[in-house]
Write a protein that binds this ligand. Structure first.
Ligand SMILES: N[C@@H](CCC(=O)N[C@@H](CS)C(=O)NCC(=O)O)C(=O)O
Length: 332
């Protein structure tokens, strides 16, 4: 794993020395928005109009942030309009690669490049920063639209509606304040909280992160005992943002990242909620089709030298993802 400095690859692990052992996630760099008419979004340039076949999505099936984008592509019926490249699950000295010797790893479907970093360099030969997924690529302007999953899912939520006729809305105007409020806590303590626990290099940093994580899981369990979904009786982006972390909890974060006060399956409401969203039907198949446990388990245990230096893949619990979720009457 490493990062780009002025277009040159440096093989560095996360530096936690300056931050008292804490893992601090860097902010993303490409922040343009696809819009229905090509006008500028909340940040970046204009000129990224929603068009069928114009955009390409780079993902890892292992990555919870990229997984959000894959779920929205399915929910919104965009699979024929936005094609995808899937990186290899192992992220080692060269970062994400386009090796194809793992089932489901597609290689770079656009340019046949060897490494994900080459896609970043193609967009900006002097680019600096971490080479992360997801990346949304514009074939017409030959550049990256965005590498920020929170913003990519909002683009996919509405920008292509006129082309697909799919007007399902996971960020409805009247619920935005409530969504933002739960997103903020979940991002900091759950989505990123598992990484802060797992990548901590001091006891204090770990303790702070892991307690905040389980305080939030307790809060979510209570909330989901009264509401079917996070914001009531309607699925919103807040649910999809949370659930990609929950899918990975028992197979990876519990053991690999030392998030082990409880298993997810110890929480009846959170576990039922996670199964309901796993089993979710869309017009184009199930959300379950986007979940690839082989990539998930392989990526984390194989890629994090400092956490699991011998790269042993654990036996892992056998979870019944298809068990009835029993959530029909919660909050009714
Ligand atoms: N803020 C980004 C974060 C994406 C991210 O950190 N992705 C991870 C994979 S799970 C990654 O590519 N990490 C590579 C690295 O940090 O070098 C987003 O949500 O899109």
């Amino acid at each position: 794993m490493g990062e780009l400095v002025n277009g040159v690859w440096k093989d560095n692990w996360y530096d936690t020395e300056k931050t008292g052992g804490k893992f601090v996630r860097t902010t993303t760099k490409f922040r343009n928005w696809i819009t229905a008419d090509g006008s500028a979004g909340p940040s970046g340039d204009d000129g990224f109009k929603a068009e069928a076949g114009r955009y390409h999505l780079y993902v890892s099936y292992a990555c919870p942030w990229a997984h959000r984008a894959l779920i929205f592509r399915k929910l919104k019926g965009l699979e024929d309009m936005i094609d995808v490249s899937v990186v290899h699950p192992d992220m080692l000295g060269d970062g994400w690669t386009f090796s194809t010797d793992f089932d489901g790893a597609t290689g770079d479907q656009q340019f046949g490049l060897p490494f994900m970093r080459d896609v970043y360099i193609r967009a900006d030969p002097q680019v600096s920063g971490r080479v992360t997924v997801p990346v949304l690529w514009d074939k017409q302007r030959d550049t990256i639209v965005s590498n920020e999953s929170a913003e990519i899912i909002r683009m996919l939520n509405s920008a292509f509606n006129d082309l697909t006729g799919n007007t399902d809305d996971y960020w409805p105007e009247e619920l935005r304040d409530d969504i933002e409020e739960v997103n903020a806590r979940i991002y900091d303590t759950v989505n990123n909280g598992v990484y802060k626990s797992g990548f901590a290099t001091s006891q204090e940093a770990y303790d702070e992160a892991v307690h905040a994580l389980f305080d939030s899981l307790d809060w979510l369990e209570d909330r989901l005992s009264r509401n079917r979904y996070l914001i009531g009786d309607r699925v919103t982006e807040a649910d999809w943002r949370l659930v990609t972390t929950l899918f990975r909890f028992d197979p990876v974060y519990h053991t690999h990242f030392k998030c082990n006060r409880n298993f997810l399956r110890d929480y009846p409401n959170l576990w039922g909620f996670t199964r309901e969203l796993y089993q979710w039907e869309t017009p184009n198949g199930r959300v379950a089709d986007t979940v690839h446990f082989d990539h998930i388990v392989r990526h984390y245990h194989y890629s994090h030298d400092t956490v699991n230096p011998h790269r042993i893949l654990p036996i892992n619990p056998i979870l019944d993802w298809e068990a009835p979720h029993g959530r029909e009457n919660v909050g009714a």
